[in-house]
Each structure stands twice: as structure tokens, then as C-alpha cells.
Ligand binder design. Structure first.
Ligand code: F3S
Length: 755
């Protein structure tokens, strides 16, 4: 049902030959990350050494995982590829669209009532194209992946940034945009810049109140939110071996918060224990046979400075529990005295109103069991929680087993709300306030990964602090940010002073995992007869129509907007309430470029229409051009399209009739996304030509009919007074990307090739 042991054995069968070859080609011992990368090359066996942080390399991932919010557009696009089935094992997980409000049963019913069309669509597409489908309530994508699909030495991609969680089971697992997932599902290679390598040597041993979460909170402090960018973080050393597999998952999960490409750990006993406990003894047996290939060469860990681009040392025996925040996950503060001082001097509210345990970061059986040991003490010692308590188990398997073992009942006795096995408050799906914008200043503590303003409850005044589940439980019970469970006493119902003892818990359930109905739907073997369910009048879903090729003649194109300064994918396709329309290209297109600053008036969403001479919103102006069949051009500054890999930022302008985006420089992923959608992503040959562009300009692409690799294009920019400038623009299209342009999109080309 769940995993594909034959696929895993195939990966292992070729691993030795590929890794040995990579070792001889590079002429050095290999890190684990390199072993996984070199054994997943699209071209098979390695034939050359790649330069870290420089070379772009085509890979062949083993799996794809999609969550419900991002899966909508990914699957709509995949449907365009004309393939009968996905090319690699793929799963879809319904976890983001479920609000936390009243408790699991009522909240799940509400989600099924309000988002049934999205769930039904995802279920029917999954069934048709051979994709495993995890129903709402089945669990959070990354917990379910860890329990069912992750395997040591594997490579996977997922349409969610915390896909990296699977590094806890020794994978190279990377979060990507929908367009990348579509490529892999359609049988195309997946391109990645060969990452740099950061080694984290863990010595000592965790004890007392310190947990794996504190390791990553410490790493976040050291590297900051940008420090891992473009790198794979590899953890090793005796401290790594001493931690549980799900604890390793927690550490890898929050690698996303330091910007790392991914994080991973070498295969060890904790992973073997976890594989066997989750009913995958055959994977453990197969992994044991290639054990040496599932961790770095001994020489690497003996002299890490020689083989990693950066090495960080953390002694777990000296590490104490941390609280990171507010508003950023890298602002680290030790629990107790340091937090007391910092909270006082920064005026952070000392009273804690909520303690939330869950999210893909910390929702394992071990997490719940350790936090419940603190909750149990509160009951035993006559304490009531001062803050409210909310729990989101990571999966139905975790929930069912935790309930069987009495863990959830302990929280419930403390009046905790047990929410659905889903993301809930972690993604803002938390009905905490009726008017979050005007809600009061307050503090909350949670075991999640992100704590940006408004992330959990929409209230810009909520100060969210990230901590381990056990510290979250202790602080919720105390109701104070400055509480130090290692030193401070609490007054119980009888007026007595009591202290909390150190947390205890089980790494894995002593009686084994159990689940009655895990929420998984296996796709039918032949999906050709499965009908895809999309209502004609749906405002959230719309089947895609293939883009028509722009063609070899572009004249009379009008300027839509000359964007000034930073223009990220969020400026191009805003998130927030617009996420509701992720699966409806036309509806979401009403947010196109509404965050971009117009260079001529420095306002957002206010541009001049050359049709009327009037100023209006960008989408309305563009729709008017489209109605007249007039092509348009977007001009941008440096690093245009930075931020995320959101494919909507390319699809929307394309859908609305923009033919070219001409900028000083691109964020590479967005540039590729524009190419995939069959439009022109161009850069000024002379950056200063940006200054030549005026508000009423018209663009003639003089030699677009000679579009060829490495040949700059010429554009005539005609100004209002009839004068014109002829400018050169560069591009990075290779021959096959020009084919995407000629066919209207990469998917059109795939479809043509499959026909
Ligand atoms: Fe969900 Fe939050 Fe993880 S949104 S996937 S629980 S980061």
C-alpha cells in the first residue's frame, strides 16, 4: 500500500556503483549528501565532478509529495501533460485546509463542508493518475511521509518547504514549487544547483529539559534565517546517533527556517528502529545491506573541515532549552533568566495565553508522550494550566496510538483542545479571533517552526515563541514566558509550592503503533475511466486551457507596469486571502502584480492605461488590453521574482496576456517558471536601459523570429512623442526552452511528445 519496496531496492542496487564512481571522479571521500546526490543523477552513473554552489545539475528524484493547497495548481498542470499516470510514486495530502476551532470532529466536518470541492478534485485526479491520496484528517504531510515513505539514501521533492523533514530518515528531501513537481511527475529531470555543504558536528548527549528542537533552535541562532541558503546541512557525530529518528526529523524540518536546501542525517540504529516500528522491516533490511553508502565516508566525519564548506560544533551536554522569537525563528533566548531580562526590556507580554503542540515539526508520538509527562505532573501535583492548550497530532496513526496509550486523555484532563491531525494554527487556520487585525498584544508559545507576525492567528500583535513540546507544555501550565521549569516553583490548588520534574517519554510506542482507518486511498490500477470533478461555476477550481504560443512576431506591445525596486513573487501573486483561489487561474489573476510599485508614481496597483489614459488597478488595466488583443510587457528591477517558487507568479501574467518580462536581473527560479509557461523572460543588456522606459511606451520585438540560444534580442522602444530607442536584451533560453516558447509552454511540448 504505502511504500514501494521494489523502487527502494532499485535505488540501493545502483547506489554502490554510482557512489564508488563519484568517489573516484571527485578524488575524495564523500559526505552523505554527495552520495545521495551523485546516486540520483538524471543521466545515471556520474561522469564528472560538480562544483558545489555553481553547477546546475539534473536529478531524478524517487518520490513526489504534494499538500492540498499547492497540489491544486500542480495537478491542474500535470493534467495538461497528457500522461496516463505519474512517472514517479507521488502522494497528495489534505492537511492545510482544515481550521482549528472547536476540536477535531467538528473542525474536520467543517473543512469537509467548506472545501469538499477541492478535496474531491484532488481525490479524483489522484485516483486517475495513480497518485496515493491521504484524506483530510489523515495527518500532516511530513509526518505521514516520515511514517510511510521516507527511506535512507532516497531523494524526494515536495510542494511544501518543510518536505525537508524527511531528512530525519536519511533522505535528501527538498521543498519545491508546483512547476518542478509537475516536471518530475511528468517524467522530466529536476534541476538543482549542486548545493554547498554545511556539517554540524553534535557531541555530548541531550538530557533533562533539552530536546532535539533545541538543537535546531541553536543552529538557527548561529546561522540565522539566511545562513543555510543554497546548502545541505549534514548532522553527524555521537550526539546525532543518540537522538531518535523523529527528533532528527524535527531538526531537519526547521532547516527550512535557516534557508537550507535540505538537511540530513546518516543511517543509524534510531532510523532502523523507526522503520521497524512503522511496519517497514523490509526497508530496514534493505538499508542494512548498503549501510556504508547511507552515511558519509569515515574520513569525512573525522576531518569535516576538509570536506564541508562550513562546520558548526554543538555540544548537546551543554545545550539548554531555548525559546526562539518573537516574529522570527532565529532570535534565540535561553529559558529562564535570559528570557526574563529580554522580555522585560523588549516589553514582550509576560503572560502566555496559549500553548500549542503540533505541526509537522513536533507532532510525533515521542513529542506527545514527552509533553504529556509534563501535563500528567500538573494533574498529579494539583496544578491547572494558566494558558489554554491546543494539540494537533501529526497523523491518525500517532493520534490513534496516543489515544490508546492514554496520552491524549492526559491533555484533555487539563482542558486541552485536541484539534484535527492537520496543520491548523501553524498555517493560520486558527479561528482564534473574529477580528484578528484589532486583537490585543499577547504572547503564545508553540512547538511549530514559523513564528512570523500573523502566521498563526492573523493578529499582528501576537508574540509567538517557538519551543520544544515539553517546554511549551511547561510554559502553558505556568502561563508565563519567564518561567524556568528547572528552577521555578508553581503554587498548586492547595497553596503549596511544587516543581515540575524533567520530562520523560517513549521514543516509540511500547505496544507498537496502531491505527484503525489511516485515511489513505490507493488509486485504481487503471484510471482511464475516472472522471475529474470540477464544477463549472466553481470559484476555487478551474481546469486549465493550454496556452497558445506567443509566436514569432510581437509588435505594438504596451507597457503594463515598470516595477520599481523589490518585486518578489508575493508582489506578483499575493498570498493571504488569495490562496483560496490557487486552483482557479482566472480568479487568482485578479491579484496579478498588485504588490508591485509603479516606477512612475511609486504607488502599488495603480498604473496608466494607454487605452484610456486613465489610472487603474494592474489586473483591470491588463484585462482591458487582453480584451483588445494587445500584448503587454512588464519591466522590472534587480532580482525580479525572488521569494518563492510559486508558479502562479508566472502563470497569471501569461494567462492575462503579458508576453515578456524585461528586467535588470531575475531570481533564477522565477525566470525558469516564465520559460516553462512559454513567455519571454529577458534581461537588459545595458542595465541603464531600464531608465529609458517611459510610461506610454510601445515595444516592437524586431528579431523575435530569429530567437536562438545565446543570441540577444533587439527591441524597439517607441515613446509617446514618436521618438524611439533600440535596445538589446539578453536571455538564457537553451534550444529546448526555445521549443517551450514555440509550443506555448513546456507542458504543451510534453503533451505533443506524448501524442
Ligand atoms: Fe503544515 Fe505548518 Fe508544516 S503549515 S506542513 S504544519 S509548517
Amino acid at each position: 500500500m504505502a511504500f514501494d519496496i521494489d523502487m527502494i531496492k532499485k535505488v540501493y542496487a545502483s547506489m554502490a556503483e554510482r557512489v564508488d564512481k563519484a568517489r573516484s571522479i571527485t578524488g575524495k571521500p564523500l559526505t552523505l549528501a554527495e552520495k545521495i546526490l551523485y546516486s540520483h543523477l538524471w543521466d545515471g552513473s556520474p561522469s564528472k565532478a560538480f562544483t558545489r554552489g555553481k553547477d546546475y545539475v539534473d536529478f531524478a528524484p524517487d518520490r513526489v509529495a504534494c499538500q492540498d493547497a499547492t497540489a491544486q495548481m500542480a495537478l491542474l498542470q500535470f493534467m495538461q501533460a497528457g500522461k496516463p499516470k505519474v512517472a514517479v510514486p507521488t502522494t497528495v495530502h489534505c492537511d492545510h485546509l482544515i481550521q482549528a476551532k472547536s476540536g477535531a470532529a467538528a473542525d474536520l466536518k467543517h473543512a469537509n463542508d467548506t472545501s469538499s470541492e477541492v478535496f474531491n478534485f484532488l481525490e479524483s485526479v489522484s485516483n486517475k493518475y495513480g497518485i496515493g491520496f491521504w484524506k483530510p484528517g489523515a495527518g500532516i504531510i511530513h509526518q505521514v511521509v516520515l511514517e510511510n515513505y521516507a527511506f535512507p539514501g532516497g531523494m524526494m521533492i515536495g510542494t511544501d518547504s518543510h518536505t525537508v523533514n524527511a531528512g530525519g530518515l536519511g533522505m535528501v528531501a527538498i521543498g519545491v514549487g508546483g512547476a518542478d513537481a509537475v516536471d518530475v511527475m511528468a517524467g522530466m529531470p529536476w534541476e538543482l544547483k549542486f548545493p554547498k555543504l554545511i556539517g554540524v558536528r553534535l557531541t555530548g548527549k541531550l538530557s533533562g529539559w533539552t530536546s532535539p528542537k533545541d538543537v535546531i533552535l541553536k543552529v538557527a541562532e548561529i546561522l540565522t534565517v539566511k545562513g543555510g541558503t543554497g546548502a545541505i546541512v549534514e548532522y553527524f557525530g555521537p550526539g546525532a546517533i543518540s537522538m531518535s529518528c523523529t527528533g532528527k526529523g524535527t531538526i531537519c524540518n526547521m532547516g527550512a527556517e535557516i534557508g537550507a536546501t535540505t538537511s540530513t542525517f546518516g543511517y543509524d540504529d534510531s532510523m532502523e528502529r523507526y522503520l521497524r516500528a512503522t511496519d517497514r522491516s523490509d526497508v530496514a533490511d534493505a538499508a542494512n545491506e548498503v549501510k556504508d553508502y547511507l552515511t558519509a565516508d569515515a574520513e569525512v566525519y573525522a576531518n569535516p573541515e576538509q570536506y564541508f564548506d562550513q562546520v558548526i560544533d554543538i555540544n548537546l551536554s551543554e545545550l539548554g532549552p531555548l525559546l526562539n522569537g518573537p516574529f522570527t525563528p532565529d532570535l534565540s533566548t535561553s529559558v529562564g533568566k535570559e528570557m526574563t531580562e529580554k522580555a522585560q526590556s523588549n516589553d514582550w507580554p509576560m503572560k502566555v495565553e496559549w500553548g500549542l503542540i503540533g505541526s509537522c515539526t513536533n507532532s510525533s508520538y515521542e513529542d506527545l508522550s514527552r509533553a504529556s509527562s509534563i501535563a500528567q505532573q500538573a494533574l498529579d501535583k494539583g496544578l491547572k494550566t494558566k494558558a489554554e492548550f491546543g494539540i494537533n497530532p501529526g497523523s491518525e496513526q500517532v493520534r490513534y496510538t496516543a489515544e490508546r496509550d492514554g496520552i491524549l486523555q492526559v491533555f484533555e484532563e487539563l482542558d486541552a483542545k485536541i484539534f484535527t491531525n492537520a496543520c491548523g494554527p501553524c498555517i493560520g487556520q486558527w479561528a482564534r479571533y473574529s477580528d484578528p487585525k484589532n486583537a490585543p498584544k499577547n504572547s503564545i508559545v508553540h512547538s511549530f517552526n514559523r513564528n512570523f507576525a500573523k502566521r498563526a492567528d492573523g493578529n499582528p500583535n501576537t508574540h509567538a515563541f517557538v519551543a520544544s513540546p515539553e517546554i511549551t507544555a511547561a510554559i502553558a501550565i505556568a502561563g508565563r514566558l519567564d518561567f524556568n521549569p528547572m528552577r521555578d516553583t508553581l503554587i498548586n490548588e492547595n497553596g503549596e509550592e511544587v516543581m515540575l520534574d524533567e520530562p520523560t517519554g517513549w521514543e516509540l510506542p511500547p505496544k507498537g503503533f496502531e491505527v484503525k482507518e489511516n485515511g489513505y486511498l490507493e488509486p485504481v490500477a487503471d484510471g482511464s475511466g475516472v472522471e475529474i470533478k470540477v464544477a463549472k461555476d466553481s470559484e476555487r477550481l478551474e481546469l486549465l486551457t493550454p496556452f497558445k504560443p506567443i509566436g514569432g512576431s510581437i509588435t505594438g506591445a504596451k507597457l503594463l507596469i515598470k516595477a520599481f525596486g523589490k518585486c518578489t513573487t508575493d508582489h506578483i501573486s499575493m498570498a493571504g486571502p488569495w490562496l483560496r483561489y490557487r486552483g482557479h487561474l482566472d480568479n487568482i489573476s485578479d491579484n496579478t502584480l498588485i504588490g508591485a510599485i509603479n516606477a512612475f508614481n511609486k504607488q502599488t496597483n495603480f498604473v496608466k492605461s494607454q487605452l484610456t489614459g486613465e489610472y487603474d488597478a494592474v489586473p483591470a488595466t491588463q484585462r482591458a488590453y487582453k480584451a483588445e488583443g494587445i500584448p503587454t510587457v512588464v519591466i522590472g528591477d534587480h532580482n525580479y521574482g525572488e521569494g518563492s517558487s510559486r508558479e502562479h507568479a508566472a502563470m497569471q501574467p501569461r494567462h492575462l496576456g503579458v508576453v515578456a518580462v524585461i528586467v535588470k536581473s531575475f531570481a533564477r527560479i522565477h525566470e525558469t517558471n516564465l520559460k516553462k509557461q512559454g513567455m519571454l523572460g529577458l534581461t537588459f543588456a545595458n542595465e541603464s536601459d531600464y531608465d529609458l522606459i517611459q510610461e506610454d511606451d510601445t515595444f516592437n520585438f524586431v528579431d523575435i523570429n530569429e530567437f536562438a540560444p545565446e543570441k540577444p534580442l533587439t527591441i524597439e522602444v517607441v515613446h509617446k512623442d514618436g521618438s524611439f530607442d533600440t535596445i538589446k536584451v539578453n536571455h538564457t533560453y537553451n534550444a529546448s526552452q526555445i521549443e517551450w516558447y514555440n509550443e506555448g509552454s513546456a507542458l504543451n511540448l510534453i503533451k505533443k511528445e506524448n501524442a
